[in-house]
Design a binder for this molecule. Sequence first.
Ligand code: NAP
Length: 250
Amino acid sequence: MDRLKGKVALITGGGSGMGRATCVLFAREGARVTVVDRVAGAGQETVRQIRDDGGEASFVEADVSDAADVEHMVAATVEGYGRIDVLFNNAGIEGPSVKLLEYGEDDWGRVIAVNLTAVYRAMRAAIPPMIEQGGGVILSTASVAGLVGLARSSAYSAAKAGVIGLTRTVALEYGPQNIRANCICPGFISTPMLDRVRGDRPESALHRHAPLRRVGQAEDVAYAALYLASDEASYVTGVPFMVDGGYVAG
Ligand code: NAP
């Protein structure tokens, strides 16, 4: 308990999957949480769960592919809570499952906008108030697909590799201002996104991808995010942190 006491966290994609699990865990550990999602009902449900649990949270509706929305979600957090200690860029989309020659430019642009450009914009919005307050933590959800290729997911894999590069660069550039930047690289995690991606295949069909022989749970990622967001990780920056059951070890 209280591993994030006194901290303010903004989490995108907070209405579902890993984002919701992280919002709930962060609030339980004492953070005040801005839950961001593009669908109000889903995000408000996360806020309701946090409040029922005795935590503090508010919802901001934002499409992270919209520059003004990204500015607004950070500004609303600083206005509402007086600071922003943790920015967690977690929202993402999978895009179509097709090979490169079938991958149209509209789909390519959309996946890069949501999964990569949004992270760049949110970092640019959050770093100035973090510098002003003496530091902060930036987390982003990349993927094992940013470390190894993922067939039929060219834009997704490129965007997630981009998030890893952006994270390392920001860690170099703003470490001297006491800003840590890390990203999480999940393997297959049981969420609505994975349900869409696996289609008719049972979840067990994915077990062979991990030496631990199971898919991960959203909470597995939330606990990694908790560590990286907390002061326990105060000397950890520029890291792609794998939560993949050993997928990339091979
Ligand atoms: P999820 O259950 O689909 O949750 C993603 C959330 O992000 C949803 O609430 C979604 O809203 C929201 N979102 C999507 N586009 C948005 C936008 N433009 N603006 C604001 N919110 C937006 O998926 P998840 O599995 O928890 O994914 C979380 C992150 O993990 C993503 O970055 C994903 O790429 C990454 N990841 C997932 C896996 C996996 O196996 N699940 C593995 C590696 C990495 P809607 O529901 O309305 O779309």
